[in-house]
Design a protein around this ligand. Structure first.
Ligand SMILES: C[S@@+](CC[C@H](N)C(=O)[O-])C[C@H]1O[C@@H](n2cnc3c(N)ncnc32)[C@H](O)[C@@H]1O
Length: 238
């Protein structure tokens, strides 16, 4: 792991537009001390802890990787251990009972979990009428040029419309589905640009970190082809 990767991991959120997506939760999802929220792939747990602190809701985070240890420590430090818990598990095979949550959130991760299986798993966990808020990388068209595609990214390159279809197919009615402002990508990379340039200056022919490669593709053509989109949708089960 290079310094740039560690710097990326040190961010509160690992996703462009996470703060804006949490704002959509605030706008669209009624939360209070009686609300049970599921967060799939919470990473460091920032969203779960923020919402529990603001609204007193209970949140369960299901995270595949060791981030769960960081998130648990953060919950204890913030005095939220009674309301927020994190378990290790797969977002496509959630270790929860059917229809037990009022809302489910997945920021920047459905496509990592596997979009269809993640959406279906969230649908199963939600009570009828419950809401999901999800965000993900989308593309302005399904056939981007090679210079817009970072080496670690493989297709299919999902557009806003294709993503919306997957959400409907999983049993939801969409109430909001739009790209976030394009600056969320710039904001996401901003803290990394100085260190990336410094590292490259010190070792011009050194290995290219995946984050650096991603930023190069963004600068080359990504700004025209990449979007970060967020959806709010309701479980249509009667
Ligand atoms: C881009 S990060 C997003 C993290 C967090 N939502 C955020 O916005 O900061 C993707 C997250 O998905 C988690 N992840 C990957 N595959 C997963 C799976 N199958 N089930 C649950 N979490 C998974 C990763 O460990 C990581 O925390």
């Amino acid at each position: 792991m290079t310094d740039v990767w560690n710097l990326y991991i040190a961010q509160d959120y690992l996703t462009p537009g996470a703060r804006e997506t949490v704002d959509l939760v605030r706008q669209h999802v009624p939360l209070d001390a009686r609300t049970n929220v599921l967060e799939v792939a919470p990473g460091k747990g920032t969203t779960a802890l923020t919402l529990a602190e603001e609204y007193g809701c209970r949140v369960l985070g299901v995270e595949l990787h060791a981030f769960v240890n960081y998130a648990r420590r953060a919950a204890r430090k913030r005095g939220l251990g009674d309301r927020v818990s994190f378990v290790r598990g797969d977002g496509g095979a959630l270790p929860v009972r059917d229809a037990t949550f009022d809302a489910a959130i997945c920021i920047g991760a459905p496509s990592i979990v596997g979009t269809e299986r993640c959406l279906r798993a969230m649908h199963r966990a939600l009570r009828p009428g419950g809401a999901i808020v999800v965000s993900d990388w989308t593309w302005t068209a399904a056939d981007p040029p090679p210079e817009a595609v970072p080496p670690h990214v493989t297709g299919p390159f999902v557009t806003l419309d294709t993503y919306a279809s997957a959400i409907r197919d999983a049993g939801f009615r969409i109430v909001h589905g739009e790209p976030l402002p394009q600056r969320v990508w710039d904001d996401h990379y901003a803290p990394l640009r100085g260190p990336v340039a410094e590292q490259r200056g010190a070792d011009p022919t050194g290995p290219v970190d995946p984050i650096e490669a991603e930023m190069r593709a963004y600068d080359a053509a990504g700004a025209d082809w990449w979007r970060y989109s967020a959806f709010v949708a309701v479980n249509m089960q009667a």
